[in-house]
Design a protein. Structure first.
Length: 269
């Protein structure tokens, strides 16, 4: 279950998890639950408080994986994270207020969470190769994963290969791009899907899996959820290369849209 404080739904997920645990529908140890540290909580004492807040909201006892959501620190604006506190802006300029908290200080606090038993693994999200290389110079506990945007219109091929070499598992978010104009509507992927009698999503997930990339899929439709877990399409090398060639460096999650800040280069899908 891929969660984050900034998704503003951890309390609701926690209520559902509590019901599942108490009814015996599922055991806690059978689930892998991830959450993420929001940008306003990078100071050491805030890292611990934010993690404990997520665990309490999720009613899960501990986290299997806790990620630094973005490699950027903003001023603390309170817990729990809410619509009022997630974007600390200067009242005069409207610009985001940054905090003077180096990433190495935040990572040391993340390592404490593992030592204290709050989470089993720690990792990062939206880190560039330079960010990860720098992290590895001081990390006592190396990052288990780097969760980044990956899809056929933003293949991140070089970053994926370097993460493999460094022993960092890549997890793809937004693996289907955007519903507005994305890979699901691409004629090449549609052609390959028809050839294999499967959906464009299954083609995309199989392309990711072949690279050793884990992916996060979501749907509100039970049929789609079942389809998304049955992605063993045997793509040929030629088909994989055709999908590789679709790269446009296009962003489904562009922070210029959400923060009005140019954090990642690229065009929005």
């Amino acid at each position: 279950i891929d969660c984050a404080a900034v998704y503003l739904n951890e309390k609701e997920i926690g209520e559902a998890l509590h019901e599942c645990f108490t009814s015996g529908m599922v055991r806690r140890e059978d689930l892998f639950i991830t959450s993420k540290l929001w940008n306003t909580c990078h100071a050491p004492h805030d890292v611990t408080a934010a993690c404990r807040q997520s665990i309490a909201d999720l009613q899960c006892g501990y986290l299997d994986l806790y990620l630094v959501h973005w490699p950027v620190a903003w001023e603390f604006a309170g817990l729990p994270i809410s619509e009022k506190t997630l974007l600390p802006r200067d009242s005069k300029t409207g610009r985001i207020k940054f905090a003077k908290v180096p990433l190495h200080v935040t990572w040391t606090a993340m390592e404490f969470l593992v030592d204290a038993g709050f989470c089993k693994h720690i990792g990062v999200s939206n880190y560039t190769l330079g960010d990860v290389l720098d992290l590895l110079t001081y990390a006592r506990i190396p990052p288990a994963v780097n969760q980044i945007e990956v899809h056929p219109y933003n293949t991140r091929a070089e970053l994926i290969e370097e993460m493999k070499a460094l022993g960092v598992q890549v997890i793809a978010y937004a693996p289907l791009g955007s519903g507005k104009q994305g890979p699901l509507q691409d004629s090449t992927i549609g052609e390959i899907a028809r050839k294999h009698s499967c959906t464009p999503a299954q083609v995309t997930f199989s392309w990711l899996a072949k690279q050793g990339v884990c992916y996060i899929s979501k749907s509100v439709h039970s049929e789609r959820i079942r389809e998304n877990t049955n992605c063993n399409v045997q793509l040929t090398e030629e088909e994989r290369k055709r999908i590789d060639g679709l790269n446009r460096n296009m962003l489904a999650c562009d922070m210029r849209e959400y923060w009005q800040y140019p954090f990642h280069p690229g065009r929005t899908i």
